[in-house]
Design a protein around this ligand. Structure first.
Ligand code: GRF
Length: 205
């Protein structure tokens, strides 16, 4: 059940959806102050969509391959998200870059989480790249999506220690634990208090 007075979150996923689950669990508490009103994906049959369905949240899928061009996909994704009238859009493990139409509609109010400490290790392989480089700490970054790859204004970061016996999987799992806490805490804070961006800084309230 969604409360019309509360900020509306649309969450986009591509995979297992553990970050989405953390948001769904948090939003089940009325004190959280925001509702997940829809979950979208760029592929069907993923656990992230199943998590939404189990929570009774509407879902939609827009696959790049079902559209004549990337621009058409971007427009369709934008329309699908807009239909749910979000206050905030959260990319939680959404493995596609959104395009110009999406940013025109939702720029400045779309957040993404990246499993590395920006500006280090942008792109699809943050944990593997951190491990390969040999850094002793890495972590996760929540940021406001812009046209770059993991380049947007930073909302929050959390630090995770790299252990000597880590492999990519163990490191990524430890990062994801930190990522879920950060995402829940910060999305709730931004939804409840509002925010604005000045230069490279995000100001809450
Ligand atoms: C997260 O680490 C996210 O930052 C990355 O993919 C992972 C998604 O995990 N892009 P999940 O689907 O939320 O479990």
């Amino acid at each position: 059940m969604t409360d019309p007075a509360r900020p509306r979150l649309v969450v986009l996923v591509s995979g297992s959806g553990t970050n989405l689950q953390a948001l769904l669990d948090a939003a089940a508490d009325p004190a959280y102050g925001a509702d997940v009103v829809a979950v979208g994906a760029d592929r069907a049959g993923i656990e992230g969509l199943a998590r939404a369905e189990r929570a009774g949240v509407p879902t939609f899928v827009e696959r790049v391959g079902d559209h004549a061009s990337r621009a058409d996909w971007d427009a369709a994704l934008t329309a699908a998200v807009a239909a749910h009238q979000p206050d905030l859009v959260v990319l939680a493990g959404f493995m596609k870059l959104v395009g110009p139409a999406f940013l025109a509609a939702f720029g400045g109010r779309t957040l993404n989480t990246h499993p590395a400490l920006s500006p280090s290790f942008p792109g699809m392989h943050g944990p593997a790249d951190a491990l390969a480089y040999g850094v002793k700490v890495t972590g996760c970054t929540l940021f406001v999506v812009d046209e770059g790859v993991d380049t947007g204004v930073i909302v929050e970061q959390a630090v995770v220690r790299v252990e000597d016996d880590d492999d990519v999987e163990s490191l990524h799992e430890r990062i994801k634990t930190a990522e879920r806490s950060m995402l829940v805490e910060q999305v709730g804070r931004l939804a409840r208090e509002g925010f604005r961006v000045e230069g490279r800084r995000l100001l809450v309230g």
